[in-house]
Design a binder for this molecule. Structure first.
Ligand code: BJW
Ligand code: ZN
Length: 266
């Protein structure tokens, strides 16, 4: 049943039947990537106009890059943080937030560092730090001390021509609290993500190229335990062949359709 869809996107009947399956699933995990924020105006990484078409990841998103030129890395993260702060959550973020608030058996596993899932929760009166939001790659809106490792919120602009942000406790240099290539993901968060995925009847994989591991392996835990995958992405990915259903289109349209509460055929 892989890829049952029309030439210009999924048929309304398919969406309607999937909406029922998703609503009835005993456990639901939603894995998101940069594509779910594309319609909010946040650039993805690997699309033709993505972040990595203009910058090399090894120059900016590795611990080695930070050690060799912390001001350059800080400047880049500060620019991105300020640009993202002007973006708003879209209908896809809101549909996920509603599902999290209405159903206890829904877990969001996100690779995104843009904070838009949390802001959608806040818009609906929920907490941005909801325990069923698992941020695998950290966030742009916190920093971690390179010395004592404490993490604190960070929203102020940074002037890299002056002193870079330093820890008030130990004097160590702060760094963005994101996960760079070659770094371990937060262990407990990752364990929880794999456990929830293995307990889920359905895993929706939305807006990720599914090439960065271990995040891209999370849906495989659902498959191994007998669950099914729904992929939401305008383009095929390495997970497409594992998906029972592939919905080719933008997540700001398809996620509300999949997660909405409308009656069948509505
Ligand atoms: C739309 C849309 C719309 C567009 N609607 N969709 C196993 C095999 C091979 C390599 C490895 C492996 N295990 C580990 C590795 C090494 C490495 C890795 O995976 N490398 C591969 C790239 C080759 N992984 C790591 O280093 C990880 N750490 C680790 O594994 O530690 C243990 C270890 C250490 C050392 C050696 C071995 C093991 C850490 C990974 C950290 C990733 N960090 C980044 C940067 C975060 C901070 C920042 O933002 O600056 O995370 S990289 C970047 O990629 C970011 C993202 O979270 C991540 C994933 O990208 P995502 O979200 O999928 O975005 P895109 O752009 O790739 O895709 C967008 C998608 O949206 C596309 O498909 C579009 O079609 C779609 N789209 N518009 C819906 N409207
Ligand atoms: Zn410190």
């Amino acid at each position: 049943m892989t890829g049952r869809e029309g030439p210009i996107g999924p048929e309304p009947d398919l969406l309607s039947s999937l909406r029922h399956r998703v609503a009835a699933a005993r456990g639901l995990v939603i894995l998101t990537g940069a594509g779910v924020s594309a319609e909010s105006g946040v650039p993805t990484f690997r699309d033709t106009d993505g972040v990595w078409s203009r910058f090399r990841p090894e120059d900016l998103a590795t611990p080695e890059a930070f050690r060799s030129d912390p001001a350059r890395v800080w400047e880049w993260y500060d620019l991105r943080r300020r640009a993202i702060a002007t973006c708003e959550p879209n209908a896809g973020h809101r549909a996920i937030a509603k599902a999290l608030l209405r159903r206890e058996n829904v877990t969001l596993v996100t690779q995104n560092v843009d904070g838009l899932h949390g802001r959608a929760m806040m818009e609906l009166g929920g907490s941005p730090a909801h325990p069923r939001i698992l941020e695998l790659h950290g966030t742009l809106f916190r920093v971690r001390c390179s010395g004592c490792q404490q993490e604190v919120p960070h929203v102020e602009p940074v002037d890299v021509s002056r002193l870079l942000p330093h820890c008030g406790e130990c004097g160590g240099l702060f760094r963005p609290a994101v996960v760079w290539f070659g770094e371990m993901l937060p262990e407990q968060t990752l364990d929880t993500a794999f456990r929830r995925a293995s307990e889920a009847e359905i895993c929706i994989v939305a807006g990720t190229s599914a090439v960065v591991h271990p995040a891209a392996s999370v849906p495989l835990a659902t498959l191994r335990a007998g669950g099914r995958l729904i992929e939401v992405n305008p383009e095929p990915t390495p997970l497409s062949s594992h998906a029972e259903w592939t919905l080719r289109g933008p997540s700001a349209v398809l996620l509300p359709a999949l997660l909405g509460e409308e009656a069948a055929g509505a």
